[in-house]
Design a protein around this ligand. Structure first.
Ligand code: F6R
Length: 599
């Protein structure tokens, strides 16, 4: 979702802003713009479409002199993608310019109020109210103006603001939307995410909700809403910029799949070396809450945790959770899964659960993100930065995190004798090799992708863990290739959906769970009898599946609970090759954003 970059220093700001925005492209956007402060005047340049349009418009930034500025990539929420709706938005006086990520929920009320005060609106955005509100409250002091804005606006926001009256200041604040402050030498930065500024500094402040950052060239001071100074530790980024670059691969998604064996090893190794996670109390119930792919990990988690511990587990889509009046007690462990740690719905669900007394266990990839900070315990997935919009390596590490959670609970319950612990630990440590074996099969996967990339509609079917896996395989395929695809519990198909199967419909049957082989074979026969073409994903040695399928891709044998791990890599590669053959924009699929910071 929207990306923000701001700079104050001694170098020309515009090229630095463009460079930072480029690094935030992965978040998804449909327009871009910058506001540069120079010799007492703010110049705003913005345009619909790709960043390249803005780049050309301002000659790579050279056209705009000035050493202070703010930049933005917009993912439209209020108002269509257009030049006028693009950010930055300026006050009518031209004295103030602002960039915003989030949603101002009471913007209609504020708009009416400001119109009543004589302000004219030119865009359809919620953000424009902030520009006019800033102008309305401006009393010569940017900090005081910001406090007044915070008191009036409701919703979520990361804001960057400059004023022509203050050529030596850049001011920023956040609430429920990500924003970090970069600390340089004689220059300072704001950004929605670390890659945007990592080229310039590794030292950052992770500001909390409603903390205001006042940046000058020489330093950054943080304030609360009473304008008292807040002290904060400097967080040092320990990963390299190369981790957020393509490194010779054509797409981030492919590079990130290639990184899965290492990411899984990084996540599993330290926990196993320390003898699993410690739990002082055992929850009565577990509630897993997440969105999208992370939700699919939660479904795997339900099967695995219930199988290993017999603790009842429910799984919720975060956007539904808080509106269904969930039953939460202090003995409920709420497991929140998120790559970005900034997904608005997941944060809201976490807060709801916390309010009702639950203990929160976060499985998070981004260190210092909101979910990481607000959880009682965090298990970090060490996937490193994930840039492609469609998650791959983060999903794989989240899977291993739920395995670790399940085993840790089992051990804390006194149900994991040393020989069993060794068995599971050995199997977990094999996963990086099994994933590598999948990657080695990539030509074969590409071959099947080339056979089926013209499919109009695809059904993924599976039972048990294979159903959970089908959900992710299907999402991966549809989101990047735009082929309509659905996942069904294989036994459920005949309760309605089978009527959609006709000659040539592609069905992908997932069959990694040995105890269910015969059942899924029956389901394959059912769809074949109605004309479907079946590509199966099966565990090595399962000849029954081969006999009834039109093609089979095999995963190596492992403990059945861990089969989703190599199998998902296979499904990710299949989706990747299909999208590649269709010529899709794989890393930035249409309409999607990486970090969904609005409800
Ligand atoms: C799909 C995908 C999304 C995310 C979802 C949650 O490929 O990436 O479905 O899984 O938006 O995002 P996080 O994990 O950042 O909370």
């Amino acid at each position: 979702m929207c990306g923000i970059v701001g700079y104050i220093g001694t170098r020309q700001a515009a090229p630095i802003l463009l460079d930072g925005l480029k690094k935030l492209e992965y978040r998804g956007y449909d327009s871009a713009g910058v506001a540069i402060l120079n010799e007492g005047t703010i110049t705003v340049e913005k345009t619909k479409g790709r960043l390249k349009n803005l780049y050309d418009m301002i000659n790579g930034g050279k056209k705009l002199p000035g050493t202070v500025g703010i930049g933005h990539t917009r993912w439209a929420t209020h108002g269509e993608p257009s030049d006028v709706n693009s950010h930055p938005h300026a006050s009518e006086s031209g004295r103030i310019a602002v960039v915003h990520n989030g949603i101002i929920e009471n913007y209609m009320k504020l708009k009416d109020f400001l119109i009543g005060k004589g302000y004219t609106f030119i865009s359809d955005t919620d953000t424009e109210v902030v520009a006019h509100l800033a102008d309305y409250y401006y009393n010569g002091n940017l900090l005081e103006t910001m406090v007044k804005i915070i008191h009036r606006v409701e919703g979520s926001y990361a804001l960057g603001l400059v004023s022509s009256d203050h050529p030596d200041q850049l001011i920023a604040v956040r609430k429920d939307s990500p924003l970090i402050i970069g600390l340089g030498e004689g220059e300072n930065f704001i950004a929605s995410d670390i890659p945007a500024i990592l080229k310039y500094t590794r030292n950052i402040y992770l500001i909390d909700d409603q903390e205001i950052a006042l940046l000058t060239r020489d330093g950054v001071t943080l304030y609360n809403t009473y304008l008292e100074e807040v002290q904060k530790e400097v967080f040092t980024v320990d990963w390299d910029i190369a981790a957020a670059e393509k490194g010779g691969y054509e797409h981030f998604m492919f590079k990130e799949i290639m990184e899965e064996p290492q990411s899984v090893l990084n996540t599993v190794g330290p926990v196993l070396r320390q003898g699993l996670l410690k739990f002082d109390t055992i929850p009565d119930r577990i509630s897993i809450v997440a969105c999208g792919s992370a939700y699919h990990v939660g479904i795997v988690g339900k099967y695995v945790i219930e199988e290993l511990t017999r603790i009842p587990v429910e799984v919720d889509i975060a956007s539904e959770y808080r509106y269904r009046n969930p039953i939460i007690t202090k003995d409920t462990l709420v497991v929140v899964i998120s790559q970005s740690g900034e997904t608005a719905d997941t944060i809201a669900a976490l807060r709801e659960a916390k309010k009702q007394g639950a203990k929160i266990f976060g499985i998070v990839n981004v260190v210092g993100s909101s979910i990481a900070r607000e959880s009682d315990e965090v298990l970090y997935t060490l996937a490193g930065p994930e840039i492609a919009v469609a998650t791959t390596k983060a999903y794989s590490t989240q899977l291993t995190a739920v395995y670790l959670l399940a085993l840790s609970l089992k051990k804390a319950m006194g149900q994991l004798p040393p020989e069993d612990e060794k068995h599971y630990a050995d199997e977990l440590m094999r996963l990086p090799d099994l994933i590598s074996e999948m990657i080695e099969q990539k030509e074969k996967i590409q071959y099947y992708a080339s056979k089926f990339f013209n499919a109009k509609s695809v059904f993924f079917i599976g039972r048990g863990l294979d159903y959970a896996l089908s959900l992710e395989g299907s999402l991966k395929l549809k989101e990047i290739s735009y082929i309509h695809s659905e996942a069904y519990g294989a036994g459920e198909l005949k309760h309605g959906t089978i009527s959609l199967i006709e000659d040539g419909t592609l069905v992908i049957a997932v069959a990694t769970q040995e105890k269910l082989f015969e059942k899924i074979v029956s389901n394959i026969r059912e769809v074949k009898a109605r004309g479907a073409v079946v590509l199966s994903v099966a565990t090595e040695g399962c000849e029954m599946i081969e006999e009834c399928s039109d093609g089979v891709l095999y995963i190596p044998k492992t403990d059945p609970l861990f089969a989703p791990s190599p199998a998902v890599t296979l499904l990710q590669l299949f989706a990747y090759y299909v999208a590649s053959l269709k010529g899709c924009d794989i890393d930035k699929p249409r309409n999607l954003a990486k970090s969904v910071t609005v409800e």
